[in-house]
Ligand binder design. Structure first.
Ligand code: NAD
Length: 441
């Protein structure tokens, strides 16, 4: 079946961005063509014995988009909406993300179509081990290295590493990243995605001369990525005026005490407007808002940190934020991007740069697993800061010099790096050049 016939909306939307970037990049057309086709896609069925004795079959996917620059790398998502097109799009973004921050990886992604909130802990463990058993031949420390994503966490990564090690009869921590620290995880992986986005915002703060306490922030999605970026910004004095999760959001003009929100959300799984002294929390006045309303707030900084396709052609014209930092993958569709580009003065820091902190510390974890030598937290933070600020400025400079938007600039940087790797193996320009044999004696 062709890609199109397969209902490839998210993936086709994702690759649309390549053609615009290609006009400004310095690469061979063959490299561009290669990137429009994922290298390998795998679909599996995972039989799971449920707690009541019944058998349920779940569908899982793993896609390796491109491995020219190194083993493919990317998370595993558990969500009811996971399908092949979404996984292909996410794998494609990973190829670019790894190139933009200069990691020696290609892009991969995977997921299972499941609502994990409906599973018991033991069902979740059986599903996770069952999934790894199905994809064990596809992944490996030198071929394809998974990591956490939406609704998967470090414990799930630990189960998966354990299962893979049993299958291969070799302890193999480098097969997966985002593991618990006692099982070979890296210090600093838990908040790396939010921290990477925070480092991007700090660069912007310098460029724009922002005073943090004058900057209002709205965060859509209050999971791993959203919580940490909000926490770090709040600690610097930024005003986090709105946050939301899958059930809706809360708004307070004066700003929230973010550690209190995190405390209750993680204790009770409910997002509540509270202020906590130690573990004692009190409700505070705040307005309830929907996720749609949150996106349309008149704030300085909007941080979509949940899922893709949140800002579409339907609501793009109502977006009032001056800067959008894409902490989530693909929160803005390409149609919405075009509408936003025409809105005066709006800056979008694209996902393939803004949320690259996660894969960067995953890379650190893989390096530590392979060398067997582990770093302290300060070293992780220093190296992450160095990479994020260097690549933020590289992308920013391309944006200014070529007079293009920041997303296109990030794709240009990624394309040039991937293009160099593709060209190193030879393209038509090399192979169809004058035949050297004719000139030999
Ligand atoms: P998570 O599962 O920890 O959190 C997801 C959050 O989004 C939850 O608070 C959930 O309630 C909320 N949510 C779900 N549907 C929503 C909706 N329709 N509206 C508003 N909120 C909604 O996931 P995460 O790891 O924080 O991932 C969030 C995003 O960041 C994803 O796009 C993911 O691909 C991206 N990302 C994550 C990492 C990582 O290391 N975790 C790395 C790079 C990118």
């Amino acid at each position: 079946m062709s890609d199109q016939a397969n209902g490839d909306d998210v993936f086709l939307d994702a690759i649309k961005r390549l053609d615009t970037a290609f006009e400004h990049a310095n690469i061979d057309e063959e490299a561009l063509e290669k990137l429009k086709h994922p290298r390998q896609t795998l679909q599996v069925s995972i039989p799971v014995r449920m707690d009541d004795g019944s058998l349920e079959i779940f569908t899982g996917y793993r896609v390796r988009h491109d491995d020219t620059r190194g083993p493919t790398k990317g998370g595993l998502r558990y969500h009811p909406d996971v399908d092949l097109s979404e996984v292909k799009a996410l794998a494609f973004w990973m190829t670019f993300k790894c190139a933009v921050v200069g990691l020696p990886y290609g892009g991969g992604k995977g997921g299972v179509t499941v609502n994990p909130k409906k599973l018991s802990r033991m069902e979740l463990e059986r599903l996770s081990r069952g999934f790894i058993a199905q994809i064990a031949d596809f992944i490996g420390p030198e071929t394809d290295v998974p990591a956490p994503d939406v609704y998967t966490n470090s414990m799930i990564m630990g189960w998966m590493m354990d299962e893979y090690s049993k299958i291969t009869r070799q302890r193999t921590p480098a097969v997966i990243t985002g593991k618990p620290v006692p099982l070979g995880g890296s210090l600093g992986r838990d908040d790396a995605t939010g921290r990477g986005a925070y480092y991007c915002i700090k660069e912007l703060e310098q460029k724009r001369g922002w005073k943090p306490d004058e900057i209002t922030v709205a965060v859509q999605g209050f999971g791993n990525a959203g919580q940490h970026v909000a926490r770090l910004l709040h600690a610097d004095g930024y005003k986090i005026v709105a946050v939301s999760d899958s059930k809706g959001g809360i708004y307070k003009e004066a700003g929230f005490d973010v550690p209190s929100l995190i405390h209750t959300k993680n204790e009770s799984r409910v997002l509540k407007a509270v202020y906590c002294e130690g573990s004692v929390c009190e409700a505070i006045d705040a307005d309830n808002i929907s996720n749609e309303e949150l996106l349309e707030l008149d704030v300085d900084l909007l941080l979509p940190s949940a899922l893709e396709n949140q800002i579409t052609e339907k609501n793009a014209k109502d977006i009032k934020a001056k800067v959008i930092v894409e902490v989530a993958n693909g929160p803005i569709t390409s149609e919405a991007d075009e509408i936003l580009k025409n809105q005066d003065g709006i800056l979008i820091v694209p996902d393939i740069l803004a949320n690259a902190g996660g894969v960067t510390v995953s890379y650190f974890e893989w390096v530590q697993n392979k060398s067997g030598y582990y770093w302290d937290l300060e070293t992780v933070h220093e190296r992450l800061l160095e990479i994020m600020s260097r690549e933020f400025n590289n992308v920013y400079d391309i944006m200014i010099n070529k007079e293009i938007d920041m997303r296109t600039a990030a794709y240009v940087l990624g394309l040039n790096r991937i293009g160099e790797a593709v060209e190193s193996l030879g393209t038509m320009k090399y192979f169809a050049a004058d035949d050297l044999r004719a000139t030999k004696d």
